[in-house]
Design a protein around this ligand. Structure first.
Ligand code: KIV
Length: 295
């Protein structure tokens, strides 16, 4: 008899763990989103996502950089710690930045910082067969690992841009082998980024760990989106696979324009936003003579 799959509703009662996510393979779709600080962590957690990723995408959507390559372990720890204060239920995963897991030793140090100082409960790293030694060592050390194959943004220089992967039979075979290798090494799930839905379906069928898609169609075990993309807060470009579920950038701009207009008209702050002197003090206050300071 097969083990019953866990649903989000069952998992809601207690904090979600990496084994909980792994057990959701083939069951209810796993809902994941990025967050980078206390307010975004709180919002995505309260909205009921299963997994929150502090992605190195923060380099672009929060810090305004061209790509993710320059983000440091210190920056990731800082943002992970902030997000951790808002995330109460979902599994908090932190991304290992470019080159911070180039060797097994560095991978262990980075994971130690992201979990020990940052409060993450798992880490994510980009790569397939090439990072098997790192995944094996991390898992042996007690670190739950999420892998990431397909379009791996840390390899943007090698790919020559943010380009979809797995577009041929041979490339699909490579993706399958990579996903099976990270599963074998002990990863509890794997992100599939920017690939044809047919390739994503084959990879999903080829592994027993959940696949989390972004730009991989609706055949994966779960989905992930970047918070700023989904909420309309990042304007530089919108990848084909993004759906904007709100236009918070536009709404925020309009709100700040209204604020400026009210300040200039002196209608803000209004009565409700103003402190007044207690009646008993007023007579004394009126006696205060203010001498303008000489320039
Ligand atoms: O950094 C990130 O936000 C990611 C997701 C797109 C999966 O890696």
């Amino acid at each position: 008899m097969s083990t019953p799959k866990k649903t989000t509703t069952e998992a809601k009662a207690k904090p979600v763990t990496a084994p909980d996510i792994q057990a959701m393979k083939g069951g209810e779709k796993i809902c994941c989103m990025t967050a980078y600080d206390y307010p975004s962590g709180l919002i995505v957690d309260q909205a009921g996502v299963d997994l929150v990723l502090v992605g190195d995408s923060l380099a672009m959507v929060v810090l305004g950089r061209e790509d993710t390559l320059s983000v440091t372990v210190d920056e990731m720890v800082h943002h992970t710690r902030a997000a951790a204060r808002g995330v109460r239920r979902a599994l908090l995963v932190a991304d290992m930045p470019f080159m911070s897991f180039a060797t097994v030793e560095r991978a262990l140090c980075t994971a130690h910082r992201l979990m020990g100082e940052g409060g993450a409960r798992a880490v994510k790293l980009e790569g397939g067969r090439a990072v098997v030694p790192q995944i094996t060592a991390l898992v042996e050390a007690g670190v739950p690992v999420m892998a990431h194959v397909g379009l791996t943004p840390q390899h943007v220089a090698k790919f020559g841009g943010f380009k979809a992967q797995g577009k041929s039979a041979e490339a699909t075979r490579v993706l399958i082998e990579d996903a099976q290798a990270v599963e074998e090494a002990g990863a509890f799930s794997v992100v599939l980024e920017a690939m044809p839905v047919e390739a994503a379906r084959l990879v999903t069928e080829a592994v027993t760990i959940p696949t989390i898609g972004i730009g991989a169609g609706n055949v994966t075990d779960g989905q992930i989106l970047v918070y700023h993309d989904a909420l309309g807060l990042f304007d530089r470009f919108t990848p084909k696979f993004v759906r904007r579920f709100a236009e918070l950038g536009e709404a925020s701009r309009k709100a700040v324009e209204m604020y400026c207009a009210e300040v200039r008209k002196t209608t803000f702050p209004g009565d409700k936003n103003t402190f007044y002197m207690p009646e008993a003090e007023l007579a004394q206050v009126r006696k205060i003579k203010v001498k303008p300071k000489k320039k």
